[in-house]
Design a protein around this ligand. Sequence first.
Ligand SMILES: *[C@@H]1O[C@H](CO)[C@@H](O)[C@H](O)[C@H]1NC(C)=O
Length: 373
Amino acid sequence: MASYLPFLSIVVIFGVGVVVVSGAVSCPPSDRDALLAFRSALSEPYLGIFSSWTGRDCCSRWYGVSCDPTTGRVADLTLRGESEDPILARAGRTSGLMSGRISEAVCRLERLTTLVVADWKQIGGAIPPCIPSSLPLLRILDLPGNRLSGPIPADLGRLSRLTVLNLADNLVSGPIPRSLPSLSSLMHLDLSGNKISGPIPTNLGDLKMLSRALLARNQISGPIPASIGRLSRLADLDLAGNRISGSIPADLGSMPVLSSLYLDGNRISGNIPAAILESKGLGILNLSSNAIAGEIPDVFDASSYFMVLDLANNRLTGHVPRTLASAAYVGHLDLSHNRLCGPIPTGAPFDHLEAASFADNDCLCGFPLGKCA
Ligand SMILES: *[C@@H]1O[C@H](CO)[C@@H](O)[C@H](O)[C@H]1NC(C)=O
């Protein structure tokens, strides 16, 4: 008799007959029990997404569940309340609603690589603190758009394979764990729209693979760590709407692929480092509503290409930089509510701008404002 691992033939004899299951063993009872305990902590009244969760084999046709074909263990649990999924269309809805909490039973799915419980609006309770120690294979932890509260598990940094951490738009509080910079595979970090407080870990720059760091709309305080400048794959950095203080590290101006930088709505002081404005590839820069002072570095040239350059609501003094007229493109420019003075340069980048872009300064003049005296 040939036996090809990992395929097995199992003969299960019940009182009433014989069932032969060929192929990989699928959905061990322990995984099935864990899923049923996970389900029992949730309530989903409109779509009936859990109505398919019946029968022994959780690996076939259980909505949102898929298994590793070789081990037969649950590998992926994905439940999205806002998606293109036909289950929403069939119910005539564009978004779902689910309440309850994420049960610790999820930690018994010990071969899980993907956990997505996204945009259900009413799911509350804590992020199960057992996740970092129990789910070592986890690559994607995607729990945005709920009402999850309490802290991010302090030992999160143990998840060495994690590539996506998205907890956006919840009620998560407490600090960014000091262990976070040990997530050596992390590419996408989104903690926006929570109640996270305390500083950004100074060694955030250890996250070598990071391409997006979105921490906006929290209560994060302290300075921007200069180590962020080492993140050679970081394309988007959004720290807007926090309580960040100190000055902008010039190191942020030498990041090879940084394309958007949002620092608006903080307590940032000091000057604008020239390197930031000279940074090639940086197309969106919003520094508005801070306490940034000094002159705007006059360092633009024909390679400057800004879709957004918003420096409004600061304490900037001196002239509108003359070299800005030589920029290849300036889409949205806002220099309003500062202490700028003197003539607005003329040239293509200024032709389409409205007076509002220059409003409430000390003594700016020229188009689109009034003539200089
Ligand atoms: C820049 O940030 C401010 C404050 O958060 C916001 O009001 C403004 O719309 C942003 N600018 C652009 C062009 O998005």
